[in-house]
Design a protein around this ligand. Sequence first.
Ligand code: SF4
Ligand code: SF4
Length: 74
Amino acid sequence: MAKGRIIIDQDRCKGCALCVYQCPVHILELDTSTTNQKGYTPLMVNDPEKCIACSFCAMICPDSVITVERFVKE
Ligand code: SF4
Ligand code: SF4
């Protein structure tokens, strides 16, 4: 079960893939089926249920494209 989720501001992504290599559970990839407003291939999550909310992706992104929401246990 996911420990959190990430929110991607896709139109601000420049498709550099730094975050893709940083994710320890390998759930990030560039969405080659589309381009964003800037003409780049934007980030997408291929398996959101595996997110451990570590925030590594958000920390490495030079453009602050990613926001991490950590789920809190009831
Ligand atoms: S928060 Fe961690 S596990 Fe979730 S997508 Fe980012 S790097 Fe991957
Ligand atoms: S590090 Fe940021 S700009 Fe680069 S692909 Fe990931 S979200 Fe996009």
